[in-house]
Design a protein around this ligand. Structure first.
Ligand code: ADP
Ligand code: 3PG
Ligand code: MG
Length: 407
């Protein structure tokens, strides 16, 4: 169990899980999210999502099942695209499991049934080809769900990262098979859910990233739950502008100024303190080689903020020192460029050092940022979901979770 959580405190999952089924001699169809990043030579550059499903796959094998995995990769728009084959994922999974992974040539049809006919109980793992090569996956087409369901006797969703999509392999399929959550899905719901529903106080949210508009739903959901919101990244400039602080040429959203004002007012009404940057790393051009200086609280004309500055790091770190639950979504600067990653690094480091606090990281870029710093093992939980974790933090019920059988 990750630090900061006791078994007793972990939120209960009301859905059935893989533990609720007798798997011996059965074919278990597991939806995973192997939508993994590939480089131009189709080499996998991050296997986190594959590793994260190993407990479920191993459990199914240990309990005597035949395992059939299915996933999408990329957005091939309903037709086969060779660069979006799940081959690299199958290869990596095979290395991680130290065993053969049978790679299917498609996901439905008589040929696939034939390919799956050689699976053995407790031993075999097969991976269907990219579900989105078929246009009916994203259409949530019942006939396609049914054809997928025919491959198995139990359906397990372990694809948290895809559970915000009401697609055939995620939502529709639950109408044709007994269904439950895998260990990864269960863990995501426990940690994200616990942070939102039953947080140890003080509860603080760190929000950043590129746009206020991307994070409105998250702010609206969190504002009635948190004690403080720390805002960095480009979204801070819309808030600073509304307060009359000079932001130079920093990125901001003109049409979201009123909304930023409303959020500031709402926070006041709720007794929530909003902390904004008091200094910034600024450049004249978004280029890693551009001369970088620290300015604040105002930014001079023609300079733009690409990171939070050292005084802001101090301000945010001081606030975080007493936090018992922290949810972080959105980097503090353009972390993809090393000179502008300092603020995000300092905040990640501070979180990693908090004693007895629950630290939950959501959002694709924020997770990549923390992993890039090598601090992933020092956090309570890093979500494998990008859009899915964002929607979860917005308080939206994810269709892939809602569709599973209740306990
Ligand atoms: P997540 O994927 O974790 O939800 P977002 O996609 O909202 O995060 O935000 C990540 C992006 O925000 C990154 O690409 C980063 O470069 C960008 N960003 C952060 N700060 C700034 C800034 N000051 N100016 C422009 N872009 C920024
Ligand atoms: C993700 O990477 O966020 C999931 O795999 C979902 O992918 P999608 O945004 O293409 O539906
Ligand atoms: Mg992002």
């Amino acid at each position: 169990m990750a630090r900061g959580f006791s078994q007793k405190r972990a939120a209960k999952l009301v859905k059935k899980t893989i533990r609720d089924f007798d798997l011996r001699g059965k074919r278990v169809l597991i939806r995973v999210d192997f939508n993994v990043p590939l480089d131009k030579n189709l080499n996998l550059t991050d296997d986190t999502r594959i590793r994260a499903t190993l407990p479920t796959i191993k459990y199914a094998l240990e309990h005597g099942a035949q395992v059939i995995l299915m996933s999408h990769l990329g957005r091939p728009e309903g037709r086969p695209v060779s660069t979006m084959s799940l081959s690299p994922a199958a290869k990596r999974l095979s290395e991680l499991l130290h065993q053969e992974v049978i790679q299917c040539s498609d996901c439905i049809g008589p040929r696939i049934k034939e390919e799956l006919s050689r699976l053995k109980d407790g031993v075999s793992v097969a991976l269907l080809e990219n579900l989105r090569f078929n246009p009916n996956e994203e259409k949530n087409d019942p006939a396609f769900s049914k054809a997928l369901a025919e491959h198995g006797q139990v359906y397990i969703n372990d694809a948290f990262g895809s559970s915000h999509r009401a697609h055939a392999s995620i939502e529709g399929i639950t109408k044709f098979l007994p269904s439950g959550a895998g260990f990864l899905l269960e863990k995501e719901i426990q940690y994200l859910g616990e942070a939102l529903k039953n947080p140890k106080k003080p509860f603080m949210a760190i929000l950043g990233g590129s746009k206020v508009s991307d994070k409105i739903g998250v702010v609206e959901n969190l504002i009635s739950k948190v004690d403080k919101i720390l805002i960095g990244g480009a979204m801070a400039y819309t808030f600073l502008k509304v307060q009359g602080v000079g932001i130079g040429s920093s990125k901001f959203e003109k049409d979201k100024l009123d909304l930023a004002k409303t959020i500031l007012e709402k926070a006041k009404e709720n007794g929530v303190e909003i902390l904004l940057p008091v200094d910034h790393g600024v450049v004249q051009k978004v280029d890693a080689a551009a001369p970088l200086k620290v300015e604040g609280p105002s930014i001079s004309p023609e300079w733009l903020g690409v990171d939070i500055g050292p005084k802001t790091v101090q301000l945010f770190s001081g606030a975080l020192a007493s936090a018992k639950t922290v949810v972080w979504n959105g980097p503090m600067g353009i972390f993809e460029m090393k000179p502008f990653a300092k603020g995000s690094y300092e905040i990640a480091l501070k979180l990693s050092e908090l004693k007895g606090a629950v630290t939950v990281i959501g959002g694709g870029d924020t997770a990549a940022c923390v992993m890039g710093f090598g601090l992933q093992d020092k956090m309570t939980h890093i979500s494998t979901g990008g859009g899915a974790s964002l929607e979860y933090l917005e308080g939206v019920e994810l269709p892939g979770i809602a569709a599973l059988e209740d306990k």
